[in-house]
Design a binder for this molecule. Structure first.
Ligand code: THG
Length: 386
C-alpha cells in the first residue's frame, strides 16, 4: 500500500468549504478527504510549505475539522461517556484534547472538545463519523441532548508571526487568549470563537468561522494585513507535524487501536471517578500492559536512500530477516534533521529494543532507532542540519 495520488470527483458527498474555491485559485495543489470534506495537503510543495510555516505565517482552511455540537440537559453526561478524559473541571472557554473511545477502549476519534457553555460542548473532530456514534448512544439511553453538525469551518492561522497578524485583524485582545482557551472576538461586527491552538507546534490560533460570507471577508482581511508578514495559504504539514509528534487519526492510529496503544495515556483520567464507557476496559489494559504501542522510528539518511517498506493491507513493517513487527503509521523525510521519521504501532516484544534492522523499499535494510513520541532529537543524538 504505497502512497499515490489521483483526481477526486467532487459531488455532494464530498463537501467543499467556503474557502475551497479560493484556495484552489491561490494554489492548493493536493487534497485529501476528511469527514467527507476536502482538506488541502500541499501548496508549493511539502518542503517549501514546511520552511514557510516555520518562519512566517499561514492561513489554513481546516473546515474539514467538523464540529459535533452536544447541547441540552444531558450534554455533559454524554460528552463524559464518550471520552475517558475527566471533563468535570473544564471551564467555559476551555479546549480539551479528549480522545473518544468505545467500551473496549478502542479509539474512535481524538477531537479537541470546546466547552461553549455549561450545557454545551463542541467536539472538533478528526476524521470519523462521531455524530452517528453520539446519536446512537443518546438514542439508546434516551438522553435529553441535541446533537447536530453546525455550519462551522475552522480557519487556522499558524506560524511564528501568527500573533502579530491576528492582532492586526482582531485587535490587541488576542494576546490575552491563553493556550487551549478561546474567546469570542469581533470582526466586521460579527463574533467568532477564536482559540489559541492548531495542528502545528509553530504557534497560532484557530478561528471557528460560523458565517461563510463574513468568513470570506475575514480571509481577505488576513491576506491584506498579512502581506508584510509574507502570509501564504497553507495546511497541516506532514513534515512539521511528524517532527512535532502530532498524531493523525486514521494514519498513525485507527479504530483498531486502543487509546493506550495510541500513546494517549497522558490525555485520559483513569484514576478519576468519572462515568465513561471506556474506563473499565482501559484500566484493565493498563494493569496488564498494552499488546503494542505507537513509537517513533528514525534513521539519518539522504533523501533518496529509501523509505520503510510495508507489506499487505496491514501495512506491516518488517525486520531485515522478514519478520513482521508492527504496522506503519506515517513516514516522511525531515529536511531539518536529514532523517527519515516514522510512527509504527510496534508489537510489545520490540518496544524496548532501542534499535531495529528494518527492511526498506529498495531491498536494503537500515538500523532505525525506536523513539518515544514526540521525538526528542537531542536525546537521540540527531542534530538539526538547517
Ligand atoms: N484543531 C481543531 N480540531 C481538530 C484538530 C485541531 N480536529 C482534528 C485534530 N486536530 C484532532 N487532533 C489533535 C491532536 C493534537 C492536538 C490537537 C488536535 C494538540 N495537541 C497538543 C500537544 O500534543 O501538545 C496539546 C494538547 C493539550 O495540551 O491538551 O494540539 O488541531 N480545532
Amino acid at each position: 500500500m504505497g502512497s499515490f495520488s489521483t483526481k477526486l470527483a467532487v459531488s455532494n458527498r464530498l463537501r467543499s468549504t467556503p474557502f475551497t474555491q479560493r484556495i484552489i485559485e491561490d494554489g492548493a495543489a493536493a487534497f485529501t478527504v476528511y469527514n467527507h470534506m476536502l482538506l488541502p495537503t500541499e501548496f508549493e510543495g511539502l518542503e517549501q510549505d514546511y520552511w514557510h510555516l516555520c518562519s512566517q505565517v499561514q492561513v489554513w482552511d481546516v473546515g474539514a475539522e467538523r464540529q459535533v455540537s452536544l447541547s441540552g440537559k444531558d450534554a455533559q453526561k454524554l460528552a463524559q461517556w464518550m471520552t475517558p478524559r475527566d471533563l468535570s473541571k473544564a471551564v467555559v472557554g476551555q479546549c480539551v484534547y479528549a480522545p473518544i473511545a468505545d467500551r473496549n477502549g478502542y479509539l474512535l476519534n481524538d477531537p479537541v472538545a470546546l466547552k461553549i457553555s455549561e450545557d454545551h460542548w463542541w467536539l472538533s473532530l478528526a476524521d470519523s463519523d462521531i455524530l452517528l456514534w453520539a446519536d446512537g448512544l443518546a438514542t439508546g439511553a434516551s438522553l435529553d441532548v441535541k446533537i447536530e453538525e453546525p455550519n462551522v469551518w475552522p480557519l487556522a492561522v499558524q506560524g511564528p508571526k501568527a500573533e502579530q497578524l491576528m492582532q492586526k485583524v482582531f485587535g490587541d485582545d488576542v494576546k490575552n487568549i491563553r493556550f487551549f482557551r478561546f474567546k469570542p472576538m469581533k470582526f466586521n461586527n460579527h463574533e467568532f470563537n477564536v482559540a489559541r491552538s492548531g495542528w502545528s507546534k509553530q504557534g497560532g490560533f484557530e478561528i471557528y468561522v460560523d458565517d461563510a460570507d463574513i468568513g470570506l471577508d475575514l480571509y481577505n482581511a488576513l491576506f491584506e494585513a498579512g502581506r508584510v508578514f509574507d502570509v501564504k495559504p497553507g495546511c497541516p504539514n506532514l513534515i512539521e507535524r511528524m517532527e512535532s509528534g502530532l498524531l493523525s487519526y486514521g494514519n498513525d492510529m485507527t479504530a483498531d487501536h486502543t487509546v493506550l496503544e495510541s500513546g494517549l495515556a497522558n490525555f485520559i483520567s483513569l484514576d478519576a471517578d468519572i462515568d465513561s464507557l471506556s474506563v473499565a476496559a482501559l484500566r484493565q489494559e493498563a494493569s496488564a500492559g498494552p499488546k503494542r504501542q505507537i513509537k517513533g522510528m528514525v534513521f539519518p539518511a539522504a533523501k533518496d536512500q529509501g523509505v520503510i517498506a510495508t507489506s499487505g493491507v496491514e501495512s506491516n513493517v518488517s525486520l531485515a530477516s522478514g519478520t513482521a513487527i508492527g504496522r506503519l503509521g506515517s513516514q516522511v523525510w525531515s529536511p531539518r534533521y536529514q532523517a527519515q521519521l516514522a510512527t509504527v504501532m510496534l508489537d510489545a516484544q520490540y518496544l524496548d529494543q532501542g534499535e531495529l534492522d528494518i527492511m526498506l523499499d529498495n531491498g536494503k535494510s537500515v538500523s532505525a532507532k525506536v523513539a518515544e513520541l514526540p521525538f526528542d532529537f537531542a536525546a537521540l543524538g540527531i542534530k538539526a542540519q538547517r
